[in-house]
Ligand binder design. Structure first.
Ligand code: SF4
Ligand code: SF4
Ligand code: SF4
Length: 255
């Protein structure tokens, strides 16, 4: 039986998520044995338009990306969004808030008009996505879980509960107790509370859990005297494309 053909593609990103794939050193040989990798710019020279599973890294940030994304969608049976840039637009979305023209001038100066750009968006704004692997970068274990489940034809087991659950299991002292704040209350787990375990706060790089209790989250933040600007800045870091990033109309938090 022919092995499934797998393809990796990159759009606007730092390519750190593809590096995470290469970092799966112990498991990579097993994966390479089970599939045929036909496009992977970081690792091989081969190129092909014949593939079954496409992993797409990076955000949709130029109108010309749309054609390439549509072509990949046409070639692949399964499309997997790889990492925060592809799933939510990631850090790239910050330019939408700063202003596209201002961001371009800041980066390219006088040469800004040479380059094509548009507001940064998740790839889902252009094509249908079947599976998302969140995170900046992606957790290796989740990539492996998705590969195994796609090959076995089952739904991947991806947590939809807050990072706080993993953080408590690791017996970390909560950052709120230290006078800091953290998005772990609404962020999707699966990273094993990576940042709080090393003393950093969670910026919800893995996106937000489904149907989180917005009012409870706001109450917690307000209880610790946080301003609206602080909370919005945290949301926008990785989740600026979601409506939840808009300031709450009731002004429940201090501005
Ligand atoms: S999600 Fe983060 S690590 Fe992955 S490509 Fe984007 S910026 Fe890089
Ligand atoms: S440090 Fe962050 S992730 Fe950990 S329990 Fe506190 S709010 Fe939750
Ligand atoms: S703790 Fe938060 S910011 Fe850090 S990796 Fe996990 S989800 Fe991302």
């Amino acid at each position: 039986m022919a092995k499934p053909r797998v393809s990796f593609h990159d759009f606007t990103s730092c390519e750190g998520c593809q590096l995470q794939v290469l970092n799966c050193e112990d498991e990579l040989l097993g994966i390479v044995g089970a599939v045929d990798i036909v496009n992977f710019r970081e690792a091989i020279d081969e190129k092909s338009d014949e593939y079954d599973i496409a992993f797409i890294e990076g955000a949709f940030t130029r109108e010309s990306d749309r054609k390439r994304l549509e072509h990949i969608r046409k070639c692949a049976k399964i499309v997997v969004a790889l990492g925060a840039c592809a799933c939510t637009g990631g850090l790239n979305v910050l330019k939408n808030f700063r202003g596209i023209d201002e961001s371009m001038k800041k980066v390219y100066g006088e040469a800004a008009s040479w380059y094509e750009t548009s507001p940064a968006l998740p790839i889902e704004a252009a094509i249908k996505v079947d599976v998302k692997i969140n995170g900046c970068p992606i957790p290796k274990q989740e990539f492996l879980e998705v590969v195994k489940s796609v090959l076995a034809g089952r739904t991947p087991q991806i947590p939809d509960y807050p990072v706080c659950v993993e953080c408590k299991l690791r017996e970390n002292v909560c950052l709120f107790q230290k006078g800091e704040y953290c998005m772990g209350v609404v962020a999707k787990a699966g990273c094993n509370a990576w940042c709080p375990s090393y003393g950093g706060r969670c910026y919800a790089c893995r996106g937000l859990i489904t149907d989180f209790n917005k009012n409870a989250a706001k109450d917690v933040l307000a209880e610790y005297g946080l301003t609206l600007e602080q909370v919005m800045a945290e949301f926008r870091m990785f989740n600026g494309v979601f409506p939840v990033a808009e300031p709450p109309a009731d002004g429940a938090l201090k501005s």
